[in-house]
Design a protein around this ligand. Structure first.
Ligand code: MOS
Length: 758
């Protein structure tokens, strides 16, 4: 089935926040962000700004009627700064004017004096100074300390991954409207409507039932709007609360880049031990997460790093410790993979470094250590593994031995171009690791004209979850998809939603839709059985026709619904779903946190221009575990998009803060994301169909985050190509592998002339 949004997207008719028609009297907000990364506010002078034309009012923390607090996991993040600032761009005051231009003009007249305090940007420095967001956590299995004695090879090192700008095409924003009796309607570009509602209620000091949050769709989220959409929505709501007027704030690109957090950078230590047969016996990792100035979602991201510290491998002895370090950068946050990719990069670096030192291809170590069904993860869950099946299928289809031979031949015949390849197996856990968040609701209405309206807690953000929700309802009722409309996500219709995140949105909300549809269907079958005096088990609905024992009765969907109305049965249902079997005990760090894992293998080939340091990704060949894909066009889009986003993180996208905590890569001229020229020339995608009752919707498997981690393979393929040119290249395991870093690796330790004449 096609993506239900494709027509309106193509015509530019889809409604994003900025497309909502302006209501007369709308005011415009803009936040004044701290010009310093850390300090004490000694003076704030708003007098000149208040005289500016069009200015309506300037709000400070003193205007927050409830609690000046938006921290979700740890209450450490004020809505507006009080006496201290903790990062450049931290909102200090909110300026509201009759136009965006006037608001921005007034903003320039604000005078602030800040007494500087020491600025920390490096997570290791933060750890030394004891600046931790939460106490460190350690996952353990076996006994690492005694296991080293059984190892023939022990390799240690450091691995670092940089952050990543979400770069959703639609920037952050919100539009709020006063309703009667102090209620407020909030249109927000958020992945978490309930998060916006809950925190707005706290800040405004009013009950959640007065706050209607409505989301039609987002122009991308990628985790950046899981928690960080709340700030802007609550600022608008604050202004609406006081002024009783509609207020809009749509951030411009540079504001968004400067004021919002990104993927958490990590700096990690690893130690890996293998026996003489290349079995990994022991693995130790220490992760330093750069959380930024407030907790935001970082403690949860940290946890997912630990859950993915051994990626797709079984290691009998593991000790992994993770520190969430407070620095003076904007609070870092969720980003597709949510800490998993950061953890997986470290063990991949350890394996590749061990392979280089031992003198074997990394894939030999990878393939010998893939996790099998029944093997235990360090957190106690037993794997139901498709890792070997993915790997073996990849070997059969892609013929890596032949690729290796071809690469060797190419490299021996070419002086200035070298090719490299790598394997990247993935294993990604599906479920929110905070078990209570694994619940969802759906509201299904069948109208008397036979049309169907479906609301869920799922937020459409380009991932086509609405298409999947529609497919579920269409399949269960067996009606024409055109009969069904997926409505906006709205906190008055669906309460207490989990954010659309953790790749679990279609699973959780799809199951809720399924439950609601089945309940209505059961009532429809009951009246049919009475009408025809037949058993319920003999009734089916196929393509809008009611069949009895498979035979048409000249009785269709519309007649059935109209009879249902006349018989006064409920043609609406509220479905609730909570996946069974999930539990986790953080005291002992053991449990069963994931409904299932998604597996896959990618084989990446690259070519490096050894004179320039530039490169192309020739191909990425993937075997991916889809379960039974519900919609292959949609799922392919997720695989390709995730892969390219992962390649961007590993290669081009370089976030640079200076020592004052100022973002230097603050625009698209200085921050490069993959474009059509940098995507792989060839993406070869093979479905691995696995048939298990996996607690996923219609036996499909979640597909949102896992493919991002295939991009990690590009980093190692590039290293291998550089090594083919300069076997002595000494390159830190540090991402992104920009062309500059490739060039340093190519010429490092060699005289430039030698490199060229070689
Ligand atoms: Mo996603 S990174 O779980 O919003």
């Amino acid at each position: 089935m096609k993506n239900i949004d494709s027509n309106s997207h193509l015509r530019g008719e889809s409604i994003y926040l900025d497309d909502v028609p302006l209501v007369a009297g709308t005011l415009f907000a803009v936040a004044f962000g701290s010009p310093h990364a850390h300090g004490k506010i000694t003076n704030l002078d708003l007098s000149q700004a208040e005289q500016m034309p069009g200015l309506v009012r300037i709000f400070t923390y003193k205007d927050v009627p409830g609690e000046n607090q938006i921290g979700g996991i740890v209450p450490d993040e004020p809505l507006l700064a009080e006496h201290h600032v903790h990062f450049q761009g931290m909102p200090v005051v909110l300026v509201v004017a009759e136009s965006v231009e006037e608001a921005k003009m007034a903003l320039k007249k604000i005078k602030i004096d800040i007494e500087p305090l020491p600025i920390i940007t490096d997570p290791r420095v933060a750890r030394e100074k004891g600046e931790l967001i939460v106490p460190p956590r350690t996952f353990k299995i076996g006994d690492v300390d005694t296991a080293w004695s059984q190892c023939a090879h022990i390799v240690e090192g450091i691995a670092e991954t940089n952050g990543q700008e979400h770069l959703y095409i639609e920037t952050q924003g919100a539009y709020t409207f006063p309703l009667e009796n102090g209620s407020i309607r909030i249109i927000s570009s958020t992945q978490g409507p309930t998060a916006v509602q809950r925190h707005a209620a706290i800040c405004l000091g009013i009950p959640m039932h007065k706050l209607e949050v409505d989301v039609t769709r987002l122009g991308g989220g990628f985790g950046g709007k899981e928690d960080q959409a709340s700030m802007w929505a609550i600022l608008c709501a604050l202004a609406t609360y006081h002024l009783k007027k509609p207020v809009k704030y749509s951030l411009d690109r540079m504001e968004d880049m400067r004021m919002t957090g990104k993927r958490n950078p990590y700096s990690s230590d690893f130690k890996i031990g293998l026996d003489k047969d290349l079995k990994i016996i022991a693995y130790e990792a220490t992760f330093h997460q750069n959380a930024g100035a407030a907790a935001d979602l970082s403690p949860a991201v940290l946890e997912r790093t630990l859950f993915h510290s051994t990626n797709s491998y079984f290691v009998p002895n593991v000790r992994a410790t993770a520190y969430s370090c407070r620095t003076n950068l904007p609070p870092n946050t969720a980003f597709r993979g949510f800490g998993g990719p950061q953890g997986m990069f470290v063990i991949e670096a350890a394996i590749h470094k061990a392979a280089e030192i031992i003198g074997v291809p990394a894939w030999e170590i990878q393939s010998k250590n893939l996790i099998k069904t029944g093997d235990e993860f360090p957190f106690g869950q037993k794997a139901e593994s498709e890792a070997n099946q993915c790997w073996q299928t990849a070997k059969e289809i892609f013929q890596p031995e032949q690729i290796e031979k071809d690469i060797e031949k190419f490299n021996s015949e070419n002086v200035l171009f070298k090719k490299g390849m790598s394997f990247m197996p993935i294993c990604f856990g599906i479920s929110f690791t905070k078990t209570p968040m694994n619940q969802a609701r759906a509201l299904v209405h069948v109208y008397t004209d036979g049309s169907i309206g479906v609301s869920t807690g799922a937020v459409e953000m380009g991932q086509s979850v609405n298409t999947k929700m529609l497919q579920v309802a269409a399949q269960i009722f067996s009606v024409d998809p055109d009969r069904i409309k997926i409505h906006s996500t709205n906190t008055f219709r669906i309460a207490n939603t989990s954010p659309s995140a953790a790749s679990a949105t279609a699973d959780l909300n799809g199951k809720a839709v399924e439950i609601a549809c089945h309940a209505i269907l059961a009532r429809l079958k009951t009246i049919t059985s009475e009408k025809f005096s037949v058993s319920i088990n003999d009734i089916s609905i196929v393509n809008e026709e009611v069949l009895i024992k498979g035979k048409p009765m000249n009785y269709n969907w519309l007649q059935l619904i109209q009879d249902g109305y006349l018989k006064r049965i409920a043609l609406s249902e509220h479905g609730h779903y909570a996946p069974p079997g999930l539990h986790y005990d953080a005291k002992i760090e053991k449990g069963h946190p994931f409904a299932y894992h998604v597996y896959g293998t990618a084989l990446t080939e690259v070519t490096v221009d050894c004179l320039r340091g530039t490169y192309v990704v020739d191909s990425v060949k993937i075997v991916h575990d889809f379960g039974t894909s519900m919609n292959f066009a949609v799922d392919r889009g997720q695989i390709e998009g995730g892969l390219v986003q992962g390649i961007g993180w590993m290669t081009l996208e370089e976030i640079v803060y200076d020592e004052n905590g100022r973002l230097r890569s603050n625009a698209l001229s200085t921050y490069k994301v993959p474009d059509i020229y940098s995507v792989p020339k060839n993406i070869d995608l093979h479905l691995l169909k696995t048939d298990k009752d996996n607690m996923a919707i219609l036996k499909s498997k979640a597909v949102g985050e896992p493919p991002l981690m295939y991009g990690i393979g590009t980093y190692f393929a590039l290293r291998n190509a550089v090594k083919a040119f300069n076997p002595d290249a000494e390159m830190a395991y540090s991402t992104p592998m920009t062309p500059e870093k490739v060039l340093m690796g190519l010429i490092g330790k060699l005289e430039t002339n030698d490199a060229i004449t070689k």
